[in-house]
Ligand binder design. Structure first.
Ligand code: F6R
Length: 366
């Protein structure tokens, strides 16, 4: 049942190229620069009218929402508000007109996410759920559903469901962008062509496994970790930290790299592990200066990046190069070494990676 893998989590990490490809298939007509609107259960006209988007979820799915915020605001230029479902459901939200509420949930059964969905519906807001489980409560109750086709996720720590959620949000943002006519056709066509590269690039990224395993051996005894990223990689840092803490029980925190100076840098002393996530984009220079500050305090710098910049490599104690596609899709690729790092560290610490203590796969009570 584990297909030759030692754990479901590892099997599911390795299934990502296939899962991503299944989530893309049938939704994208890249040669025509089009997407299949019917897949969202929303017409092109309904999409054109949307002026505000609420993205709501729990845990790892919430991190997908945060990534979605950057992608949608950039590609579709629609304002996005992200919230944790347990907070959203008890706020008094003055919903803006022409809003779309999006619930993101692998299981489709998370109590707080369902309550948030029902809350939005009560106010007459149009709802969409991005779900993995067919026929789940969220998929039935929302006005429209977009399925991620990750296949069943058994490991408690979400891996392939998360990266497929990012793909769903990427396709949604392109749909909205087309409907609103935000960018020229050629720009959209490029984004879609880049998306089609993702499964193969995920396959390539999995080849880092051996290297990550060696890295895990060096760091698995550390009691604390800090994960830092900027822009769309800030939520990737949050997710990297969550993955490590939930399966290895090591205390880990994710932060926006720009916030480092406002508190967390006080933690850094000799050998303190800091994981940087950086694309080869306009944030790179800023991230490099953050790395310099950690270096000055003798922290142990692990960099995961799609840049080959000499300075970046020289400053890093361990450098993991990931061949990138674009800043949005790189979030999927960077998540793979982060998942593998959490997995190998947890194994070395003798933890039950598929069934971490105190956690349930689906949280059906508040
Ligand atoms: C973490 C994890 C949880 C879930 C969260 C939401 O690895 O799996 O944080 O992401 O409980 O679950 P769904 O997506 O089923 O609503």
């Amino acid at each position: 049942e584990k297909g030759g893998f030692k754990h479901f989590m590892l099997k599911e990490i390795y299934e990502q190229p296939r899962a991503l490809s299944d989530t893309i298939r049938g939704r994208v007509l890249s040669d025509q620069g089009k997407i299949v609107f019917e897949e969202f259960g929303l017409t092109r006209d309904e999409m054109r009218r949307i002026e505000k988007i609420y993205l709501v979820a729990c845990g790892t799915s919430y991190h997908a929402c945060l990534i979605g915020e950057y992608i949608i605001e950039n590609i579709a230029q629609i304002p996005v508000e992200v919230d944790i479902a347990s907070e959203f459901r008890y706020r008094n939200i003055p919903f803006e007109k022409n809003s779309l509420f999006v619930a993101i949930t692998q299981s489709g059964e998370t109590a707080d996410t369902l309550a948030a969905l029902r809350y939005a519906k009560k106010f007459g807001v149009k709802t969409l759920s991005i779900c993995n489980v067919l026929g789940s409560t969220a998929s039935r109750e929302a006005d429209a559903v977009f399925y991620t086709h990750s296949g069943p996720e058994i490991g408690v720590a979400s891996t392939k469901a998360f990266t497929c959620q990012i793909v769903a949000l990427y396709i949604l943002s392109i749909g909205l962008s087309i409907a609103k006519g935000v960018f020229p056709k050629i720009f959209i066509k490029n984004l879609l062509e880049e998306l089609l590269l993702l499964p193969r690039m995920a396959e390539e990224t999995l080849l880092l496994d051996k290297k990550i395993q060696l890295l895990a051996k060096e760091v698995y005894r550390k009691p604390n970790f800090l994960y830092l990223g900027r822009g769309v990689n800030y939520p990737v840092a949050l997710e990297g930290a969550l993955k490590l803490k939930e399966i290895s029980y090591i205390h880990a925190e994710g932060y926006a790299a720009g916030e480092m100076k406002h508190g967390p840098i006080a933690l850094v002393e000799e050998g303190f592990p800091v994981v940087f996530i950086a694309s080869d984009d306009l944030y790179l220079e800023k991230t490099i200066s953050n790395i310099e500050e950690i270096k000055a305090r003798d922290g142990f710098i692990i960099t995961i990046s799609s840049s080959k910049e000499e300075k970046l490599k020289k400053l890093s104690d361990r450098f993991i190069y990931v061949e990138g596609i674009n800043s949005y899709l790189n979030t999927v690729l960077f998540s793979i070494p982060l998942q593998l790092l959490a997995y190998h560290v947890a194994l070395l610490r003798g933890c039950d990676v598929d069934q971490p203590r105190n956690l349930a796969k689906s949280v059906t009570v508040e």
